[in-house]
Design a binder for this molecule. Structure first.
Ligand code: NAP
Ligand code: G4F
Length: 345
């Protein structure tokens, strides 16, 4: 019988790639969808006709219990979150509710549907629902060491990072308290043509496409010196799946092991279309963060050795893939008068 997976965050970048990957592996896949008419449903459902949806919201415990009960999943991937770091300074309480308490609510939903009693210490799960939590390298924040590995202490620099640290620890706690197969994937930045336009790589690729097509001339950025370990989202969802296929649950750091600056990202993207980035990029101090994460780079030893996972797309190929996709995207929007914009990536 086909295995069943439930994904929260189905309308996001990772949700779409993970659903495609799991469908390709023969799973039946349900995506948790919030809102009565989520405008982002169209873009994910037109990619995958086999995908099913179930209503629910990470803010609403009862909806999560109903969703888990209805789907009866073998695996739950909690990718839902408010994922844009700057928003977490503006709406810290909301981000904490969704990104921290939301994790607890999904774990509780699994515990309730599985019939695991709260007094059952280190017991066997009545129904073995495996759980993946989308933890983040933002938890390392002001990094104690570089590269960062599974044992590096957390020093989050934003309410987002603090909330993710709670989600990571509560996942580990449910593993230790109830014997759940529950893991946190500590993923470093991963991007794609489906990345939200608010994140720096996509902001650059969209900006480059619009400048190349004569629709704008300048691109405002913040801290050009920030260093990140950027990979391709399509590679990283394979690691998520592998983490739930092991004999024993464990947390893994997932990245490429290479770091690049925001300046490098801009240079590669502008070079790709024959433009000089310095002619177009200007610094907007308003885009510099109250507390910046300066350096993130993964120590990938464990994920490579134990999961036999390795990324397939390097940084330059990732940036040029995104620019090429946005050149097509922006040209199509121009041709169809922006009609594609609402639902498309
Ligand atoms: P994304 O594109 O921003 O997608 C976020 C998803 O969360 C969307 O589907 C959104 O659905 C959903 N969501 C937001 N609030 C919700 C709520 N109250 N209830 C249910 N769903 C809700 O993020 P992503 O890049 O795919 O990242 C996936 C996960 O990995 C996130 O948890 C993120 O924090 C984490 N992460 C990402 C990276 C990265 O570099 N991409 C790295 C480390 C960790 P709506 O359509 O309803 O808004
Ligand atoms: O693309 P970003 O907004 O991603 P950030 O903050 O690293 O967070 C992403 O990765 C995390 C994993 O480490 C995820 F957990 C999180 O959900 C998200 O997916 O910014 C990257 C860097 C930052 O240092 C930022 O200050 O780029 C710098 N930057 C410089 N100019 C900019 C800009 N970032 C944005 N978004 N916009 C700019 O104009």
């Amino acid at each position: 019988m086909a295995r069943r997976a439930l994904i929260t965050g189905i309308t996001g970048q990772d949700g779409s790639y993970l659903a495609e990957h799991l469908l390709g592996q023969g799973y039946q896949v349900w995506g948790l969808m919030r809102g009565q008419a989520n405008p982002r449903k169209t873009r994910v459902s037109r990619l995958m006709s086999e995908l099913s949806f179930v209503d629910g919201d990470l803010m609403d415990q009862a909806s999560l219990v109903s969703a888990v009960d209805l789907v009866q999943p073998d695996e739950v991937y909690n990718l839902g979150a408010i994922s844009f770091v700057p928003m977490s300074w503006q709406q810290a309480e909301l981000v904490t509710e969704v990104n921290a308490m939301g994790v607890l609510r999904v774990l509780e939903a699994i515990r309730m549907v599985s019939g695991l009693s709260s007094s059952r210490h280190n017991g066997e799960a009545a129904k073995n629902i495996r759980f993946y939590q989308a933890s983040s390298s933002e938890m390392f924040g002001k990094a104690a060491e570089t590269p960062q590995r599974e044992t590096t202490i957390f020093h989050p620099r934003s309410p987002y990072g603090v909330a993710k640290a709670y989600g990571h620890f509560i996942t580990r706690n449910y593993r230790e308290s109830f014997g759940m197969y529950a893991v946190g994937g500590i993923l470093f930045n991963h991007e794609s043509p489906r990345r939200g336009a608010e994140f720096v790589t996509r902001k650059i690729s969209l900006g480059v496409a619009k400048i190349k097509l004569g629709l704008q001339d300048r691109l405002a950025l913040g801290n050009l010196d920030a260093l990140r370990d950027w990979g391709f989202a399509g590679d990283y969802v394979r690691a998520m799946h592998l983490m739930l296929q092991q004999d024993e649950p464990a947390d893994y750091v997932v990245g490429t092991g290479e770091m690049h600056s925001v300046r490098d990202a801009a240079r590669i993207a502008f070079d790709h279309v024959g433009l000089n980035w310095e002619d177009h990029v200007h610094i907007d101090p308003a885009l510099v963060r109250p507390a910046e994460v300066e350096v993130l780079c993964a120590d990938t030893t464990r994920v490579r050795q134990e999961l036999r996972w390795a990324p397939q797309v390097d940084f330059a190929s990732l940036m040029t893939m995104m620019v090429d996709a946005d050149l097509k995207h922006v040209a199509a929007e121009q041709e169809y008068g922006g009609l594609l914009a609402a639902g498309s990536w």
